[in-house]
Ligand binder design. Structure first.
Ligand SMILES: [Zn+2]
Ligand SMILES: [Zn+2]
Length: 295
């Protein structure tokens, strides 16, 4: 079984919800209360990630994320990064420092280094444009990204298998049309297709993207469930999928679409139509079953 729990479903600037990051869990069979998964994968870990974890660990469904009343970062095996906005990477400094010091092996002193998965460009820029400022200096030495993570660069073609969980679940990475500096796809950002090899059912996780039927239409049609970026409020520059554009999609797509990355106005009466026209707004801290069945 593979499950997904949103650490948050909010936009970059949301204050009533945490930012849009997700925790994927692999289970041998249906989880009972207090169980820990076989493997875990974070999809992004933004500025509000640590606060969200702190809340999540207090729920009986996710108690394995806590240890002695604190966040147990050792429970995280892998982190996938969709792109470099702070709502997707802003929690990595805390995760890295605690893994390096607090969660180091008590006998060998070796840091807990989760696998860090993304495109080669994002991995390079993540260090030199973002994390090196806070993580580059240690007492007596300079550090690199590999002091904190085991790096796994992946191909972004939407069709090859980038990585797997438990052999059964395949992850493919596709580029997203999020920020155009000059032209489409020229600033690295990506989303995920997750496929159950046994049943061929699939789930799409859009990452931050504008509506992109040309690039993503066939994946959207193929997917059984779509978690899609959504912007409720109009703004002069569009870098997300606007709700008025999403409403124009075919009903067959909308009905399997659960929207996330939404602003704090989600419960205003003017957005009541979302529940009727889509598969609803995704909720934080609820464990969604992506694929049923024992491993
Ligand atoms: Zn974002
Ligand atoms: Zn973004």
């Amino acid at each position: 079984m593979l499950t997904l729990t949103f650490l948050g479903v909010g936009s970059a600037f949301a204050k009533r919800n945490f930012q849009s990051n997700a925790l994927i869990e692999l289970w041998s069979q249906s989880p009972g209360i207090g169980d820990a998964p076989k493997e875990t994968l974070l999809i992004d870990f933004g500025t509000t990630g640590p606060r969200s974890f702190d809340t999540l660990k207090n729920l009986s469904t996710h108690a394995y994320l806590g240890a002695d009343g604190q966040i147990n970062y050792r429970a995280i095996n892998r982190v996938f990064i969709t792109h470099l906005h702070a709502d997707h990477i802003g929690g990595l400094e805390e995760l890295s420092l605690l893994n390096h010091y607090k969660f180091a092996d008590p006998i060998t002193g070796e840091a807990h280094r989760p696998e860090l998965i993304s495109t080669p460009e994002i991995l390079a820029d993540l260090w030199s444009h973002s994390l090196e400022g806070g993580l580059g200096a240690q007492v007596g030495r300079r550090a690199t990204l590999e002091d904190y993570f085991q790096l796994s660069p992946v191909t972004v073609d939407g069709s090859s298998i980038a990585f797997t969980m438990g052999d059964r679940y395949e992850f493919r990475v596709f580029p997203t049309d999020h920020i155009r500096v000059q032209s489409k796809y020229d600033w690295p950002s990506c989303g995920l297709m997750i496929i159950d090899k046994n049943t061929r059912r699939s789930v799409m996780y859009s990452g931050d993207t504008r509506i992109d039927m040309e690039g993503l239409g066939s994946l959207m049609e193929q997917a059984d469930v779509i978690f899609h970026d959504c912007q409720l409020v109009n703004s002069p520059i569009t870098v997300h999928a606007r709700i008025d554009e999403l409403r124009e999609l075919d009903q067959s797509l909308r009905k399997k679409m659960m929207l996330y990355h939404y602003e704090d106005v989600w419960d205003s009466p003017e957005f009541q139509f979302v529940d009727q026209e889509f598969n609803g707004l995704a909720q934080s801290h609820h464990r969604y079953v992506l694929f049923d069945g024992d491993l």
